[in-house]
Design a protein around this ligand. Structure first.
Ligand SMILES: O=C1C=CC(=NNc2ccccc2C(=O)O)C=C1
Length: 115
């Protein structure tokens, strides 16, 4: 869960660090219903790994790439400290210069939902 209230569910991480999942965003450039957007990424296979993933937004033509690192915070809980680049679709190459936004997001692990 990030500070925007978005959250993501990550499937199993494969032996080479590849993972996939879904991203449920709490923000939306449009006022359409919130939908799941697929994500895929890699993490390093060590303690406090660096991580990167890409979200292909389902309800817009944008893509966001996240990169950062997983740390254990002062309360002993994992936290992802991430930077991101959000690329919005442009109809015109002349608008290319203003189509990429940058930001930072921290994600805290939600209690695991008992299956
Ligand atoms: O249609 C869209 C297009 C872009 C979006 N970006 N969300 C983000 C971009 C950067 C960091 C966090 C988020 C988020 O949704 O939590 C969301 C919906």
């Amino acid at each position: 869960m990030n500070n925007l209230g978005s959250n993501m569910t990550i499937s199993a991480v494969s032996r080479n660090g590849l993972f996939s999942g879904v991203y449920l965003t709490a923000v939306s450039a449009t006022n359409k219903t919130i939908m799941e957007s697929p994500l895929i990424g890699y993490q390093q296979l060590k303690g406090s790994p660096t991580i990167g993933f890409t979200v292909k937004w389902t309800f817009s033509d944008s893509i966001t790439v996240f990169t950062g690192q997983c740390f254990i915070n002062g309360k002993g809980r994992p936290v992802l400290l991430m930077s991101w680049l959000l690329r919005s679709d442009s109809d015109n190459i002349k608008d290319d210069w203003k189509q990429t936004r940058v930001g930072f997001n921290n994600f805290e692990k939600l209690p695991t939902i008992p299956i």
